[in-house]
Ligand binder design. Sequence first.
Ligand code: PLP
Length: 393
Amino acid sequence: MELVPVSKLACGDVDLERFLELVREILSRGGVTTTVAVDPKTGAVVYGSELCATLAKLGTRYVPVSYGRVEEVFVPLEALGFFDEVRPSTYRVFLSSEELLYKNWPTPLVRLSRASVGGRVVWAKLEGYNPWSMSVKDRVGWYMYRKALERLGRVERLVEATSTNTGLAIAAVSNIYGSRLKAYIPSTVSRTGEFLLKLFGTEVVRSQRAVLTVELIDEVEEEARTSGAVHLNQFYNDANLEVHLRYTAKELELQLREAGVVPKAIIGGLGTSGHLSALALYFKSRFRGVRVYGVVPRAGTSIQGIRRVESGMRWVHLVDLDGVVEVSPEEAAEGVLRIVRSEGVLVGLSSGAVYAAYRQLAEGGELEEGDYVLVFPDHGFKYVEQLEKLLKL
Ligand code: PLP
């Protein structure tokens, strides 16, 4: 057996269901149990190409390789360089604004001291510390763009349906690489969101009809077909799930290890379902007994960035959630107010919703003593208009 850099192998691809199956196996065992067989003459992968592709998607540095035939051997995650990509740059010098994103990870994990009562310790992962959209969506916009670039060589024009954050993320990476973005936004997006997109150089089409971003997909797909623009499509692009497995989840594991914590549960919002599905898959494979709760708007209401499961999501049905909690926009705004007034941290409305859901579960007696991770998707500055209306301070 030899450890070969993943960049030296042409692993090919693996379909989504098999990928998830292999991810569960690799993460629950803490490593791989067989090699990938390579032809000694040509270097082509002759057996285990799905395992090879899965390791490549998970961002390991190495693949265990044998020549001619497969060997049964246990190679732990650490030996594969599984965590190597999430080492932070200590002095925070970045050679480009693209590095400012991925070399500045992990986003902070912070203990919310005043929210930690009743024997429960609350940890918040602050995705608002991403540089472009100040949200979790920077990860997705960047990774989908990079994957498209790898596939196509060059990306001139893009079209995307967005409720602001993904649009800002794609706009930022487009500006770095010299592409142009046309963003389709639903009627519910704030004027601030629309203006920010324009500020980033995006052509914005505001729908009069659509309330949810996902309702714009067919229109955007048609536009991509007729104009030849690239539609990354955050709702169906598996790079959305993969980026959170490759980075977000690993970061969180290392951060929790540093804090000496195994969480009882992780609570997060559901929009495309990308980040929470990845965290559920990852943490339920790595640690037995960790529960995962999703947060959605109450029926008939809307909270920017999250939506109801029945509106259709690609990944959440492929993982195991322990519950879905409903929150009203008023409760979400109240959540923001509580966080900013108790901790001094201004977070977005969907983060307020996640905090409100945590409180609902805690007050309902569902959360025993222990540690809880709340994923706060973005920063609060973008929501000043909505917060002003909802809170009447
Ligand atoms: N919160 C905000 C502010 C968002 O922009 C999004 C996604 O658009 C989410 C939550 C939900 O994240 P995901 O799409 O990974 O489910």
